[in-house]
Design a protein around this ligand. Sequence first.
Ligand SMILES: Cc1ncc(COP(=O)(O)O)c(C=O)c1O
Length: 386
Amino acid sequence: MLNDRLDLLTDYPFQRLADLLGGAPGPDTIIMSIGEPQHAAPPMVARIIAEQAHLWGKYPPAAGTPDFRAATAVWLTRRFDLPAGLIEADKAILPVAGTREALYLIAQTVVGSGKKRPVVLLPNPFYQVYVGAAIMAGAEPIFVPGADGPASQPDFSTLPDDILDRVALAYLCSPGNPQGSVADADLLERTVRLARRHDFVLAVDECYSEIWDQAPPPGALAACARLGEGLANVLVFHSLSKRSSVPGLRSGFVAGDPTVMAAFGRVRSYGGAAIPLPILAAATALWQDEAHVEENRRLYRAKLDIAEHLLGGRFGFTRPPGGFFLWLDVGDGEAAALRLWREANIRVLPGRYLSRDGVGDRYIRVALVHDLDTTERALTRLAQVL
Ligand SMILES: Cc1ncc(COP(=O)(O)O)c(C=O)c1O
Protein backbone atom coordinates (compact mmCIF):
# COMPACT_ATOMS: atom_id res chain seq x y z
CA MET A 1 0.00 0.00 0.00
CA LEU A 2 2.90 2.39 0.73
CA ASN A 3 5.78 3.60 -1.40
CA ASP A 4 8.51 1.01 -0.86
CA ARG A 5 11.21 3.69 -1.16
CA LEU A 6 10.14 4.74 2.34
CA ASP A 7 11.81 1.54 3.60
CA LEU A 8 15.16 3.00 2.53
CA LEU A 9 14.76 6.11 4.66
CA THR A 10 16.26 5.86 8.10
CA ASP A 11 14.32 7.67 10.80
CA TYR A 12 14.49 11.44 10.88
CA PRO A 13 17.28 12.61 13.25
CA PHE A 14 14.85 14.11 15.76
CA GLN A 15 12.89 10.85 15.95
CA ARG A 16 16.14 9.00 16.56
CA LEU A 17 17.04 11.52 19.25
CA ALA A 18 13.65 11.06 20.94
CA ASP A 19 14.16 7.27 20.83
CA LEU A 20 17.66 7.60 22.31
CA LEU A 21 16.79 9.99 25.13
CA GLY A 22 13.25 8.90 25.96
CA GLY A 23 11.26 11.34 28.09
CA ALA A 24 10.02 14.70 26.95
CA PRO A 25 11.85 18.00 27.48
CA GLY A 26 10.71 19.84 30.63
CA PRO A 27 10.46 23.58 31.31
CA ASP A 28 14.13 23.77 32.38
CA THR A 29 15.47 21.73 29.48
CA ILE A 30 17.80 23.67 27.19
CA ILE A 31 17.15 22.46 23.67
CA MET A 32 20.30 22.76 21.58
CA SER A 33 19.47 19.90 19.23
CA ILE A 34 17.38 21.95 16.79
CA GLY A 35 18.74 24.76 14.63
CA GLU A 36 15.75 26.98 15.35
CA PRO A 37 16.91 30.61 15.83
CA GLN A 38 15.43 32.13 18.97
CA HIS A 39 16.57 35.75 18.49
CA ALA A 40 13.65 38.18 18.35
CA ALA A 41 12.07 38.46 14.91
CA PRO A 42 12.52 41.91 13.32
CA PRO A 43 9.44 44.00 14.33
CA MET A 44 8.77 44.89 10.68
CA VAL A 45 7.55 41.32 10.08
CA ALA A 46 4.45 41.59 12.27
CA ARG A 47 3.81 45.17 11.14
CA ILE A 48 3.92 44.42 7.42
CA ILE A 49 1.85 41.25 7.71
CA ALA A 50 -0.82 43.24 9.61
CA GLU A 51 -0.73 46.04 7.00
CA GLN A 52 -1.19 43.53 4.20
CA ALA A 53 -4.06 41.65 5.85
CA HIS A 54 -6.43 42.53 2.99
CA LEU A 55 -4.37 40.15 0.81
CA TRP A 56 -5.30 37.02 2.78
CA GLY A 57 -8.31 36.82 0.48
CA LYS A 58 -6.15 36.24 -2.61
CA TYR A 59 -4.54 33.07 -3.92
CA PRO A 60 -0.89 34.00 -4.33
CA PRO A 61 0.82 33.47 -7.70
CA ALA A 62 3.25 30.53 -7.63
CA ALA A 63 6.06 32.75 -8.93
CA GLY A 64 5.56 35.30 -6.13
CA THR A 65 5.47 39.03 -6.80
CA PRO A 66 7.68 41.13 -9.10
CA ASP A 67 8.73 43.09 -5.98
CA PHE A 68 9.94 39.95 -4.23
CA ARG A 69 11.85 38.72 -7.27
CA ALA A 70 13.42 42.14 -7.81
CA ALA A 71 14.41 42.52 -4.12
CA THR A 72 16.07 39.09 -4.02
CA ALA A 73 17.87 39.69 -7.35
CA VAL A 74 19.19 43.01 -6.02
CA TRP A 75 20.24 41.35 -2.76
CA LEU A 76 22.08 38.51 -4.52
CA THR A 77 23.82 40.94 -6.86
CA ARG A 78 24.99 43.18 -4.03
CA ARG A 79 25.88 40.43 -1.55
CA PHE A 80 27.88 38.33 -4.01
CA ASP A 81 29.16 41.21 -6.13
CA LEU A 82 27.60 39.84 -9.31
CA PRO A 83 27.67 41.62 -12.66
CA ALA A 84 24.48 43.53 -13.43
CA GLY A 85 22.13 41.43 -15.55
CA LEU A 86 23.52 38.03 -14.52
CA ILE A 87 20.26 37.30 -12.73
CA GLU A 88 17.11 37.86 -14.72
CA ALA A 89 14.69 38.21 -11.82
CA ASP A 90 11.64 36.91 -13.69
CA LYS A 91 13.34 33.80 -15.04
CA ALA A 92 15.92 32.88 -12.45
CA ILE A 93 14.20 33.31 -9.05
CA LEU A 94 11.27 31.65 -7.30
CA PRO A 95 10.05 32.11 -3.72
CA VAL A 96 9.65 28.94 -1.66
CA ALA A 97 7.99 28.04 1.62
CA GLY A 98 11.34 27.60 3.34
CA THR A 99 14.26 25.94 1.60
CA ARG A 100 13.51 22.51 3.03
CA GLU A 101 10.66 21.86 0.60
CA ALA A 102 12.71 23.33 -2.24
CA LEU A 103 15.73 21.13 -1.50
CA TYR A 104 13.35 18.17 -1.51
CA LEU A 105 11.45 19.13 -4.67
CA ILE A 106 14.56 19.85 -6.71
CA ALA A 107 15.41 16.15 -6.63
CA GLN A 108 11.92 15.34 -7.92
CA THR A 109 12.52 17.90 -10.70
CA VAL A 110 15.93 16.70 -11.78
CA VAL A 111 16.19 12.96 -11.21
CA GLY A 112 14.51 11.01 -14.00
CA SER A 113 15.14 8.37 -16.58
CA GLY A 114 17.65 10.50 -18.51
CA LYS A 115 20.58 8.90 -16.75
CA LYS A 116 20.96 5.19 -16.09
CA ARG A 117 20.95 4.40 -12.36
CA PRO A 118 20.93 8.09 -11.41
CA VAL A 119 23.08 9.24 -8.52
CA VAL A 120 22.64 12.14 -6.10
CA LEU A 121 25.86 13.34 -4.43
CA LEU A 122 25.66 14.52 -0.84
CA PRO A 123 28.12 15.85 1.68
CA ASN A 124 28.84 13.65 4.68
CA PRO A 125 27.87 14.84 7.32
CA PHE A 126 24.75 16.33 5.77
CA TYR A 127 21.39 18.05 6.25
CA GLN A 128 18.96 15.13 6.39
CA VAL A 129 16.53 16.44 3.75
CA TYR A 130 19.05 15.78 0.94
CA VAL A 131 18.93 12.04 1.65
CA GLY A 132 15.16 11.85 1.76
CA ALA A 133 14.95 13.82 -1.47
CA ALA A 134 17.42 11.52 -3.25
CA ILE A 135 15.78 8.32 -2.08
CA MET A 136 12.20 9.38 -2.78
CA ALA A 137 13.25 10.48 -6.27
CA GLY A 138 14.60 6.97 -6.91
CA ALA A 139 18.27 7.93 -7.06
CA GLU A 140 21.22 6.28 -5.41
CA PRO A 141 22.60 8.63 -2.75
CA ILE A 142 26.39 8.73 -2.60
CA PHE A 143 27.81 10.26 0.58
CA VAL A 144 31.06 12.15 0.08
CA PRO A 145 33.03 13.04 3.22
CA GLY A 146 34.95 16.27 3.64
CA ALA A 147 38.13 16.39 1.59
CA ASP A 148 40.15 17.40 4.69
CA GLY A 149 38.39 15.49 7.46
CA PRO A 150 34.93 15.52 9.03
CA ALA A 151 34.83 19.30 9.55
CA SER A 152 35.55 20.13 5.89
CA GLN A 153 33.69 20.38 2.58
CA PRO A 154 33.52 17.55 0.02
CA ASP A 155 35.37 17.80 -3.28
CA PHE A 156 33.21 15.90 -5.78
CA SER A 157 35.89 16.25 -8.47
CA THR A 158 37.84 13.45 -6.80
CA LEU A 159 35.11 10.92 -7.70
CA PRO A 160 35.67 8.53 -10.62
CA ASP A 161 34.15 9.35 -14.02
CA ASP A 162 31.86 6.31 -14.04
CA ILE A 163 30.08 7.74 -10.97
CA LEU A 164 30.18 11.35 -12.17
CA ASP A 165 28.52 10.38 -15.46
CA ARG A 166 25.57 8.97 -13.48
CA VAL A 167 25.10 12.07 -11.32
CA ALA A 168 21.78 13.86 -11.81
CA LEU A 169 22.07 16.18 -8.82
CA ALA A 170 24.73 17.18 -6.29
CA TYR A 171 24.07 19.00 -3.03
CA LEU A 172 26.67 21.26 -1.48
CA CYS A 173 25.97 23.08 1.78
CA SER A 174 28.10 26.14 2.49
CA PRO A 175 28.42 27.11 5.27
CA GLY A 176 27.81 23.50 6.16
CA ASN A 177 25.28 22.12 8.56
CA PRO A 178 26.50 20.71 10.91
CA GLN A 179 30.16 21.62 10.77
CA GLY A 180 30.04 25.27 9.64
CA SER A 181 32.85 24.90 7.09
CA VAL A 182 32.80 27.13 4.02
CA ALA A 183 33.41 26.09 0.40
CA ASP A 184 36.09 28.47 -0.89
CA ALA A 185 35.96 30.14 -4.30
CA ASP A 186 38.24 27.50 -5.88
CA LEU A 187 36.14 24.60 -4.67
CA LEU A 188 32.96 26.30 -5.87
CA GLU A 189 34.44 26.95 -9.32
CA ARG A 190 35.76 23.40 -9.57
CA THR A 191 32.36 21.99 -8.64
CA VAL A 192 30.47 24.24 -11.07
CA ARG A 193 32.83 23.18 -13.86
CA LEU A 194 32.31 19.54 -12.91
CA ALA A 195 28.51 19.93 -13.02
CA ARG A 196 28.76 21.40 -16.52
CA ARG A 197 31.20 18.77 -17.75
CA HIS A 198 29.06 15.88 -16.49
CA ASP A 199 25.76 17.64 -17.09
CA PHE A 200 24.24 17.50 -13.63
CA VAL A 201 22.50 20.12 -11.50
CA LEU A 202 24.52 21.57 -8.63
CA ALA A 203 22.23 22.62 -5.77
CA VAL A 204 24.15 24.83 -3.37
CA ASP A 205 22.40 25.27 -0.04
CA GLU A 206 23.53 28.71 1.13
CA CYS A 207 20.92 29.16 3.84
CA TYR A 208 23.63 29.86 6.48
CA SER A 209 25.56 32.27 4.25
CA GLU A 210 24.60 35.33 6.31
CA ILE A 211 25.59 33.87 9.68
CA TRP A 212 29.37 34.27 9.51
CA ASP A 213 32.12 34.98 11.96
CA GLN A 214 35.09 36.75 10.31
CA ALA A 215 34.31 37.01 6.59
CA PRO A 216 31.24 36.62 4.37
CA PRO A 217 31.32 33.19 2.70
CA PRO A 218 31.66 33.19 -1.10
CA GLY A 219 28.67 32.02 -3.12
CA ALA A 220 28.17 29.72 -6.08
CA LEU A 221 26.65 32.42 -8.31
CA ALA A 222 29.87 34.43 -8.03
CA ALA A 223 31.70 31.32 -9.24
CA CYS A 224 29.32 31.28 -12.23
CA ALA A 225 30.08 34.96 -12.89
CA ARG A 226 33.82 34.25 -12.99
CA LEU A 227 33.47 31.18 -15.20
CA GLY A 228 31.09 32.61 -17.79
CA GLU A 229 28.21 30.61 -19.38
CA GLY A 230 25.63 32.39 -17.23
CA LEU A 231 24.06 30.35 -14.45
CA ALA A 232 24.13 27.05 -16.34
CA ASN A 233 23.64 23.95 -14.15
CA VAL A 234 23.67 25.88 -10.86
CA LEU A 235 20.99 26.70 -8.29
CA VAL A 236 21.40 28.41 -4.92
CA PHE A 237 18.99 28.14 -1.98
CA HIS A 238 18.55 31.04 0.44
CA SER A 239 16.34 31.32 3.49
CA LEU A 240 15.14 33.95 5.94
CA SER A 241 14.92 31.37 8.73
CA LYS A 242 18.53 31.87 9.84
CA ARG A 243 19.36 35.25 8.26
CA SER A 244 16.42 37.04 9.83
CA SER A 245 15.59 34.66 12.71
CA VAL A 246 12.13 33.85 11.37
CA PRO A 247 12.00 30.05 10.99
CA GLY A 248 8.24 30.20 11.47
CA LEU A 249 7.72 32.54 8.52
CA ARG A 250 8.60 29.69 6.12
CA SER A 251 10.21 31.89 3.53
CA GLY A 252 13.16 31.46 1.23
CA PHE A 253 14.00 31.50 -2.46
CA VAL A 254 15.81 29.52 -5.12
CA ALA A 255 17.84 31.21 -7.85
CA GLY A 256 19.84 29.96 -10.78
CA ASP A 257 19.81 28.35 -14.21
CA PRO A 258 16.61 29.60 -15.92
CA THR A 259 16.03 26.26 -17.69
CA VAL A 260 16.14 24.33 -14.43
CA MET A 261 14.11 27.03 -12.68
CA ALA A 262 11.35 26.73 -15.31
CA ALA A 263 11.15 22.97 -14.65
CA PHE A 264 11.30 23.53 -10.90
CA GLY A 265 8.44 26.03 -11.23
CA ARG A 266 6.37 23.41 -13.08
CA VAL A 267 6.93 20.84 -10.33
CA ARG A 268 6.13 23.43 -7.67
CA SER A 269 2.90 24.40 -9.39
CA TYR A 270 1.73 20.81 -8.74
CA GLY A 271 3.35 20.02 -5.42
CA GLY A 272 4.69 23.19 -3.82
CA ALA A 273 3.01 25.70 -1.54
CA ALA A 274 2.53 29.18 -3.01
CA ILE A 275 3.67 31.82 -0.56
CA PRO A 276 0.90 34.03 0.88
CA LEU A 277 1.08 37.63 -0.33
CA PRO A 278 1.40 39.21 3.16
CA ILE A 279 4.36 36.93 3.85
CA LEU A 280 5.96 37.80 0.52
CA ALA A 281 5.60 41.50 1.40
CA ALA A 282 7.35 40.99 4.75
CA ALA A 283 10.04 38.84 3.11
CA THR A 284 10.64 41.50 0.44
CA ALA A 285 11.32 44.09 3.16
CA LEU A 286 13.62 41.72 5.07
CA TRP A 287 15.79 41.12 1.99
CA GLN A 288 16.06 44.91 1.63
CA ASP A 289 17.38 45.41 5.16
CA GLU A 290 20.83 44.46 6.46
CA ALA A 291 20.77 46.17 9.88
CA HIS A 292 18.87 43.34 11.59
CA VAL A 293 21.19 40.77 9.99
CA GLU A 294 24.27 42.55 11.31
CA GLU A 295 22.71 42.51 14.79
CA ASN A 296 22.05 38.78 14.42
CA ARG A 297 25.69 38.18 13.52
CA ARG A 298 26.79 40.22 16.53
CA LEU A 299 24.76 37.97 18.83
CA TYR A 300 26.12 34.79 17.25
CA ARG A 301 29.70 36.08 17.50
CA ALA A 302 29.17 36.85 21.19
CA LYS A 303 28.00 33.26 21.68
CA LEU A 304 31.04 31.95 19.82
CA ASP A 305 33.19 34.04 22.20
CA ILE A 306 31.48 32.35 25.15
CA ALA A 307 31.94 28.92 23.55
CA GLU A 308 35.59 29.59 22.81
CA HIS A 309 36.17 30.73 26.38
CA LEU A 310 34.45 27.70 27.92
CA LEU A 311 35.35 24.95 25.45
CA GLY A 312 38.54 26.16 23.74
CA GLY A 313 41.26 23.52 23.82
CA ARG A 314 38.71 20.72 24.36
CA PHE A 315 36.58 18.61 21.99
CA GLY A 316 38.65 19.73 18.99
CA PHE A 317 36.94 23.12 19.36
CA THR A 318 37.37 25.56 16.49
CA ARG A 319 35.26 28.62 15.79
CA PRO A 320 33.02 27.66 12.84
CA PRO A 321 33.52 30.20 10.00
CA GLY A 322 29.77 30.10 9.31
CA GLY A 323 26.45 28.94 10.75
CA PHE A 324 25.58 28.64 14.43
CA PHE A 325 26.45 25.06 15.33
CA LEU A 326 29.30 23.69 17.37
CA TRP A 327 30.52 20.36 16.01
CA LEU A 328 32.33 18.85 18.96
CA ASP A 329 34.48 15.73 19.00
CA VAL A 330 33.33 14.04 22.20
CA GLY A 331 34.54 10.51 21.41
CA ASP A 332 31.07 8.92 21.30
CA GLY A 333 28.32 11.32 20.26
CA GLU A 334 25.36 9.18 21.34
CA ALA A 335 26.84 8.49 24.78
CA ALA A 336 27.60 12.20 25.24
CA ALA A 337 24.07 13.23 24.19
CA LEU A 338 22.63 10.78 26.69
CA ARG A 339 24.84 12.06 29.51
CA LEU A 340 24.03 15.68 28.73
CA TRP A 341 20.35 14.86 28.83
CA ARG A 342 20.49 12.87 32.06
CA GLU A 343 23.01 14.95 33.97
CA ALA A 344 22.63 18.47 32.56
CA ASN A 345 19.07 18.59 31.14
CA ILE A 346 20.45 19.66 27.74
CA ARG A 347 19.42 18.14 24.42
CA VAL A 348 22.05 17.99 21.68
CA LEU A 349 22.13 15.92 18.49
CA PRO A 350 24.59 13.03 18.03
CA GLY A 351 26.61 13.47 14.84
CA ARG A 352 25.77 9.88 13.92
CA TYR A 353 22.22 10.99 12.99
CA LEU A 354 23.61 13.50 10.48
CA SER A 355 26.13 11.26 8.77
CA ARG A 356 26.85 7.84 7.33
CA ASP A 357 29.74 5.39 7.42
CA GLY A 358 30.84 6.44 10.91
CA VAL A 359 31.93 9.92 9.76
CA GLY A 360 30.04 11.78 12.52
CA ASP A 361 29.93 9.13 15.24
CA ARG A 362 32.46 10.88 17.50
CA TYR A 363 30.60 14.22 17.34
CA ILE A 364 27.69 16.12 18.81
CA ARG A 365 26.03 19.09 17.15
CA VAL A 366 25.17 21.93 19.51
CA ALA A 367 22.92 24.72 18.20
CA LEU A 368 23.76 28.15 19.63
CA VAL A 369 20.28 29.51 19.04
CA HIS A 370 19.38 30.85 22.50
CA ASP A 371 20.16 34.16 24.23
CA LEU A 372 23.64 34.77 25.67
CA ASP A 373 22.77 33.86 29.27
CA THR A 374 21.08 30.60 28.36
CA THR A 375 23.96 29.73 26.05
CA GLU A 376 26.52 30.44 28.77
CA ARG A 377 24.58 28.38 31.31
CA ALA A 378 24.25 25.46 28.91
CA LEU A 379 27.87 25.44 27.76
CA THR A 380 29.09 25.71 31.36
CA ARG A 381 27.05 22.62 32.24
CA LEU A 382 28.27 20.88 29.09
CA ALA A 383 31.90 21.56 29.97
CA GLN A 384 31.35 20.18 33.50
CA VAL A 385 29.49 17.01 32.47
CA LEU A 386 31.63 15.90 29.52
C1 LIG B 1 21.39 23.14 5.84
C2 LIG B 1 19.96 23.51 5.88
N1 LIG B 1 19.32 23.73 4.74
C3 LIG B 1 18.02 24.07 4.73
C4 LIG B 1 17.30 24.19 5.89
C5 LIG B 1 15.85 24.51 5.80
O1 LIG B 1 15.54 25.74 6.32
P1 LIG B 1 14.18 26.49 5.96
O2 LIG B 1 13.24 25.45 5.39
O3 LIG B 1 13.70 27.02 7.24
O4 LIG B 1 14.54 27.52 4.94
C6 LIG B 1 17.92 23.98 7.12
C7 LIG B 1 17.15 24.09 8.36
O5 LIG B 1 17.52 23.75 9.44
C8 LIG B 1 19.29 23.63 7.12
O6 LIG B 1 19.95 23.41 8.26
